[in-house]
Design a binder for this molecule. Structure first.
Ligand code: YXS
Length: 260
């Protein structure tokens, strides 16, 4: 089996490196499964902090969901038990902060992965795009909540409506990035930040992390609202626009959406 996620332990800090540059670290099912397994392994070793990065100097941190693996039309594209969604939850479940160290461009579900991490440190080459509307794809409610909680509803709206990359300076300004550090210093800076966190009580840090998660997810939603969201999303993933979005990517051309 190809090692799509490299594991390393440096001074008690778990370091995960996305390792499929030929496919621009696309979040394939196998890569996501390896990411979840690596975090579970680090948890068993009681590593207080994990860092998630790509190869040094990456032009693309991750190209997002593996489009060749998106379920075809008439199927839920982001189901709760899909490996990518499970990987997001393994970051939230990890009993300590997961720090995303970002070099290069970040696309689609990988931007959701980055904003699901507890802290994000980026360099001047980092940029962030959330792209479902480019694919004719309906994003899911928990994913939208990750963005609302990170950047606020007004910036989240613009990111989803435009699907345009948010470049490093603005990403720092709107809160996608906690720190914007030069590519020369980002590795040392990120490890120093991880060591600082690791020097505190791991039990207290893990409990405060879980409290942040519970409080950030405490939104009332009625059963009818839940069903309405599902019906709205079905309209999209049953649409010919969704089929066209995937086909266009695979044929390396711009999609021609018809609005149905
Ligand atoms: O042609 P080969 O076989 O060499 O493969 C190419 C690409 O097809 C492949 N690749 C991908 N394969 C599957 N899923 C992907 N997301 C993906 N991205 C790339 O990797 C090989 C090299 O790609 P290439 O030649 O385009 O590299 P580049 O350096 O010229 O351009 C890098 C990118 C990232 C700008 C370009 O690959 C790109 O625009 N990729 C798609 C980014 C994107 O739209 N991602 C969203 C995926 S859908 C998703 O995440 C969510 C479901 S949602 O849509 O809701 O956000």
């Amino acid at each position: 089996m190809e090692q799509l996620v490299l594991k390393d332990i440096r001074e008690g800090i778990g370091v995960l490196t996305l390792n499929n540059p030929a496919r621009r670290n696309a979040l394939s099912m196998e890569l996501c499964r390896q990411l979840s397994a690596a975090l579970e392994d680090f948890g068993r070793q009681k590593l207080p902090v994990a860092v998630l990065r790509a190869e040094a100097g990456a032009k693309v941190w991750s190209a997002g969901h593996d489009i060749t693996q998106l379920p075809k039309v008439h199927n839920e594209p982001l189901s709760y038990d899909s490996p990518m969604e499970a990987a997001f939850r393994s970051i939230q479940d990890y009993p300590g902060p997961v720090i995303a160290m970002i070099q290069g461009s970040v696309w689609g579900g990988a931007t959701d992965l980055a904003v699901t991490c507890d802290i994000a440190v980026g360099d001047e080459t980092s940029s962030f795009a959330i792209t479902p509307v480019k694919m004719g794809l309906p994003y899911n409610a928990s994913g939208i909540m990750h963005f609302i909680n990170r950047v606020g509803i007004n910036v989240a709206r613009e990111m989803f409506y435009t699907a345009e990359p948010v470049k490093a300076e603005r990403a720092y300004h709107v809160g996608i990035l906690n720190h914007l550090i030069s590519s020369r210093e980002i590795e040392d800076f990120t490890m120093e930040l991880a060591r600082t966190i690791a020097s505190n009580s791991p039990l207290a840090v893990s409990v405060v992390k879980e409290q942040f998660r519970i409080l950030s997810e405490s939104y009332q939603i009625t059963p009818e609202s839940f069903e309405r969201i599902q019906a709205l999303r079905r309209k999209v993933y049953n649409s010919s626009d969704y089929a066209e979005g995937i086909k266009a990517f695979l044929e390396k051309r711009r999609p021609e959406f018809k609005g149905h």
